[in-house]
Design a protein around this ligand. Structure first.
Ligand SMILES: Nc1ncnc2c1ncn2[C@@H]1O[C@H](COP(=O)(O)OP(=O)(O)OP(=O)(O)O)[C@@H](O)[C@H]1O
Ligand SMILES: [Mg+2]
Length: 251
């Protein structure tokens, strides 16, 4: 598999704080790659660098072989990178359908309103939100807003989906459903880079896992390799025993 996305020595700093420190990894086309690490490790900042919100101080970010550093976010979106944000901010007064239509109209395919609505309706069906289509987005509960955020990104028709903690705040049943949704998105040919704290889910879904700690890449490998890596366990909680429990997903 070739790399659809390749980070090469990417460093992002906020004044003196180096949030992402010389990070290099590949996301293979057609894969699901998990991006994990403790709070503040720099995961969301990687997404902000990839979709053009922050410009890296050094390094290159290749999308399908082309360096996208310095491109405005909207152009990156048009190339086919869509993002589901960690903190969801739907247009609360607009309907669920209209929110997703916005995604379709400003995404890779830049659909017109009629085609955008049609695409949006299909995505809502796929993500189990069709019965909420006409409700104002502000009336959704947390789990539904997460789905809406994912729907908006998927409706953009991306080649690469950046999913930032989409499973956070969902109950176990909703997580189970969402795992199916991710599998469906991937089966449709979308490459996925996902940030998740929910270990069992990310290990189950991912072909490859990338681990950050204090902005640095500390491990890359299959879920099994990464789970067995003492540096990862140590970094993850600073306590190997607690990390083992976490990785086993026990209470
Ligand atoms: N706009 C910003 N200005 C200053 N510091 C920032 C900014 N964005 C992020 N940071 C800092 O960069 C570091 C990495 O933050 P980031 O949000 O990428 O972490 P994360 O791995 O996504 O964490 P979490 O799991 O809590 O979402 C943190 O120390 C954070 O406080
Ligand atoms: Mg984050």
């Amino acid at each position: 598999m070739s790399a659809l996305l390749a980070l090469r020595g990417v460093t992002v700093a906020f004044g003196g704080l180096v949030a992402v420190d010389d990070v290099t990894f590949d996301v293979e086309e057609g894969s699901i790659t998990g991006l994990i690490g403790p709070n503040g490790a720099g995961k969301s900042t990687v997404f902000n660098a990839v979709n053009g919100v922050y410009r890296p101080r050094t390094g290159s970010i290749l999308f399908d072989g082309r360096d996208i550093v310095g491109m405005p976010s909207q152009r990156i979106a048009r190339l086919g990178i869509a993002r589901a944000h960690q903190v969801v901010r739907p247009l609360t007064d607009l309907s669920v359908l209209d929110n997703v239509t916005v995604g379709a109209c400003f995404g890779r395919d830049a659909l017109g309103l009629v085609a955008g609505r049609r695409r949006a309706a299909g995505v809502l069906e796929q993500l189990g939100l069709a019965d909420r289509a006409s409700q104002p987005a502000g009336s959704l509960n947390v789990a539904q807003k997460k789905r809406l955020e994912l729907a908006r990104a998927v409706a953009a028709g991306p080649r690469l989906l950046l999913a930032d903690e989409v499973l956070a705040g969902l109950n176990p049943h909703e997580v189970e459903e969402m795992l199916g949704v991710f599998a469906t998105i991937r089966a449709a040919g979308v490459t996925i880079l996902m940030i998740e704290h929910l270990m069992q889910a990310v290990m189950h879904l991912s072909d490859k896992v990338v681990v950050l700690d204090y902005g640095r890449l500390i491990a890359v490998g299959t879920p099994a390799e990464v789970q067995a890596d003492p540096a990862v366990i140590e970094a993850y909680l600073g306590d190997p025993h607690a990390a083992e429990r976490l990785l086993a997903d026990e209470p």
